[in-house]
Design a protein around this ligand. Structure first.
Ligand code: PBG
Length: 332
């Protein structure tokens, strides 16, 4: 028997394209750049409360001056937006939440401070009553019930003052029904036609928000849980319906939250609607990763990998406490 000219071979050698960094770069299907990041920051009005948040190693509550410096840092790193979360005076939190629409609350002061310092940086806000609510809920509570329509009215007031303060992107994170339509209508009527809404459309009732509640001083204050308004983590179909509803009501962009455990939702949302889709890599995800990295149990590459996975899942951008670190890493 003569030796055959064509020897037996594996039908496909996929390792060929993994052989060198140059070839791997050529065939990489997605990437992460600073433009894909939104950086959430905490701003406090309480003297002495600035500084470390133990359950979020490396993240600090900032003063107004600190917020301005963070904004400059974001702009220098090419991060397009920051998201401001207020840490308010506990003694001024009430059941009626009126400080939520006070133009001089810490959130609104931070919006103005940042816009004056770095006008080109996009400022995103959080719309929900929890920072100003005595009982830690996102809505108005009467006799143990979170009232939907009364809350939406309060949220509209809150949003208009944020828009007046210079916010570029409003982030309703409250999960009340009808709030996107109400916000959109009120913004139009008040002449804020260009203020965008990034809806926390698929926001799940998650245990991964724990460290955030430490950061904003809500831990231990929350009466009950948020399961009557946030989505059951078991429910994908319901999440899709929430996104469809919010887009129909006038949301410009939508968010899935938390992030990594919910990548199936991210992919489904992007495929089904094609709208700008964001994920929030929340405080508990950050704490797990950063804690393990600081202990030497994971390498810093785990941070980059986690963000790349959001991109692979179809996300246009990610809200992440890693934002400045990641921007620095991809720039160097
Ligand atoms: C509240 C709000 C929460 C987060 C953002 N906005 C917490 C909650 O719903 O209890 C969580 C963010 C994070 O965990 O990083 N309106």
């Amino acid at each position: 028997m003569p030796t055959p000219i064509i020897a037996p071979f594996p039908a496909s050698r996929l390792r060929r394209l993994r052989r060198t960094p140059a070839i791997r770069a050529m065939v990489s299907e997605c990437d992460i750049t600073p433009a894909n990041l939104i950086w959430p920051i905490f701003v406090t009005e309480v003297p002495g409360a600035e500084g470390a948040i133990p359950s979020m190693p490396g993240v600090e509550r900032l003063t107004l001056d600190g917020a301005k410096r963070a904004a400059e840092r974001a702009a220098n790193l090419g991060i397009p937006a920051i998201c401001i979360f207020p840490h308010s005076d506990q003694n001024l939190r009430t059941e009626t939440c009126e400080r939520a629409w006070d133009a001089d609350n810490i959130g609104n002061r931070a919006i103005r401070a940042v816009k004056e310092t770095v006008p080109d940086l996009a400022v995103m806000t959080d719309i929900a009553l929890d920072p100003y609510n005595a009982n830690g809920h996102d809505g108005i509570v009467v006799d143990g019930e979170i009232l939907n329509d009364e809350t939406v009215e309060a949220l509209v007031r809150m949003a208009l003052v944020q828009a007046e303060s210079g916010a570029d992107i409003l982030g309703p994170s409250d999960m009340m029904d009808g709030r996107i339509g109400a916000l959109r209508g009120a913004l139009e009527q008040a002449g804020h036609k260009h203020v965008a809404i990034l809806s926390y459309a698929a926001k799940f009732a998650s245990a991964f928000y724990g460290p955030f509640r430490d950061a904003v001083g809500a831990s231990g204050r929350l009466v009950g849980d948020k399961k009557t308004y946030q989505i059951n983590p078991a429910n994908r179909g319901e999440a899709i319906r929430c996104v469809a509803r919010d887009l129909a009501e006038g949301a410009d962009m939508v968010m899935v939250k938390p992030g990594l455990p919910y990548l199936d939702i991210c992919r489904a949302v992007k495929d089904q609607f094609g709208a700008p889709t964001f994920a929030y890599q929340v405080s508990g995800e950050y704490a797990m990763l950063e804690g393990a990295i600081r202990n030497g149990w994971l390498s810093r590459d785990a941070m980059m990998e986690s963000l790349l996975c959001f991109r692979r899942a179809g996300c246009d951008g990610i809200l992440t406490y890693f934002a400045p670190q990641v921007a620095e890493a991809v720039r160097s």
